[in-house]
Design a protein around this ligand. Structure first.
Ligand SMILES: [Cu+2]
Length: 279
């Protein structure tokens, strides 16, 4: 075969190849393997948060056992933040989530129910009954549950779609139920929880940022802007000594004003899964 003819024969397939290259998107697609590293980093971070949660909760236990009411109260919200940060993946350990963070509403006898346990049981004793009395066993059980959580996390399979979906679901939950003030009803430390929930979702967005940027730089910009907006809202209520003012000091109108920006953030976060091809 002559060289010319050989060339003519090869030409159509070469054209098909060039055509395929031209029609491919300019940005590289996120390959399933690309998500492994950020998820591994996320798991390490969750481990660190759980470690801090354990240490600070042990501090509450010590204060309760020493009868130091004010100290135990002061440690409540900062300790909880470490738990609220990892809440995007709480459904992966739902049994422990229930004993650590359940609310009185889930029990037939509400606060009087002997099965009522965890942070909110401590909160009820410390802030509503204004006493450390009878709380030592509750506090010990909470520490045991956190230790169990720590062990669980080491071997936990963390599916990327659960992490990414969990960030959006948590922020949606803040807008839907937490803004009403149902979570920390005895201590009124709700804003600490909001801040921690936002930080927990933000961590996930930040770890995935390089991948999301490949797919949709605009979505990254929008999520960043939403986080900044919500952060500014929370900043308004920062307490001079660190932490936040009591949620009692946030008017109903101001609470409702938070809903819009928080919802907008949840909505954009909910687009991450599809954008990253995680179904
Ligand atoms: Cu919670």
């Amino acid at each position: 075969m002559s060289l010319i003819r050989q060339f003519r024969r090869a030409l159509p397939s070469a054209l098909v190849l060039v055509g395929a290259l031209l029609s491919a998107p300019l940005a590289a697609k996120v390959a399933p393997g690309d998500i492994v590293a950020p998820i591994a980093d996320y798991k390490i971070w969750v481990g660190q948060e759980t470690q801090a949660l354990l240490a600070k909760t042990q501090g509450i236990v010590a204060a309760i056992k020493a009868g130091e009411l004010d100290k135990a109260k002061a440690l409540y919200a900062p300790a909880r933040m470490h738990y609220e940060r990892i809440e995007p993946i709480a459904e992966l350990f739902s049994d422990l989530d229930k004993s650590i963070d359940v609310r009185a509403d889930d029990f037939e006898k509400k606060e009087a129910d002997p099965a009522f346990s965890g942070f909110h049981r401590l909160e009820y004793g410390l802030f509503a009954k204004n006493s450390t009395e009878g709380l030592a066993p509750v506090a010990d059980k909470l520490v045991a549950d956190i230790e169990a959580l720590q062990g669980r996390i080491k071997s936990l399979t963390v599916p990327p779609e659960k992490v990414v979906g969990g960030a959006a679901a948590l922020i949606e939950e803040v807008a839907k139920t937490k803004i009403s003030g149902e979570e920390d009803r005895y201590s009124r430390t709700d804003l600490w929880d909001f801040q921690a929930n936002v930080e927990g979702a933000r961590k996930i967005h930040d770890l995935l940022r390089p991948l999301t940027t490949q797919e949709s730089p605009k979505l990254v910009q929008r999520i960043d802007a939403n986080f900044a907006k919500v952060g500014k809202l929370l900043e308004k209520y920062a307490a001079p000594g660190g932490g936040f003012v009591s949620y009692d000091k946030v008017s109903k109108k101001d609470r409702n004003a938070m809903r819009g920006p928080v919802n907008a953030l949840a909505e954009d976060l909910s687009k991450l899964r599809g954008t990253l091809g995680l179904n």
